[in-house]
Design a binder for this molecule. Sequence first.
Ligand code: HEM
Length: 117
Amino acid sequence: MDVLINVFVALHVIGIASLLGGFLTQMKAIGAGTARFTPAMLHGALTMLVTGIALVGLNQADDQAVNNLKIGIKLAILVVILGIVYVKRDEETVDKGLFGAVGGLTTANIFIATLWV
Ligand code: HEM
């Protein structure tokens, strides 16, 4: 079971790379006001949701404690990220503030995941 959990943690990390990496490639465009949500960001956010839910199930099946408050907050933040990226996925340019909010919320989730034991 440990191997399976670690495989899903790895997939979870690949999801973060896609979501945050997609954001970082647009940093210059944010300054110019031409930033847009890329498919990598949408697919990364979806990967986070699917692998995150799988990790909750796998940890519970393995009798490992899951911090429900921490996971609930991460899920709530991801739902906001996913909602914004999904709705605006076809827009050629996205408002600076909204684009920055997605990067900020993603970073917040990374710190919640790593600092909250
Ligand atoms: C942008 C959104 C998210 C980010 C950046 C993120 C980040 C991370 C990171 C860095 C880890 C590994 C660190 C560790 O094991 O302590 C992790 C683990 C985990 N994540 Fe996420 N995550 C996100 C969304 C979610 C969601 C939506 C769920 C569940 C619905 C979830 C459930 C879990 C679980 C169960 C683990 C392993 C157990 C734990 O350490 O809490 N994650 N996440």
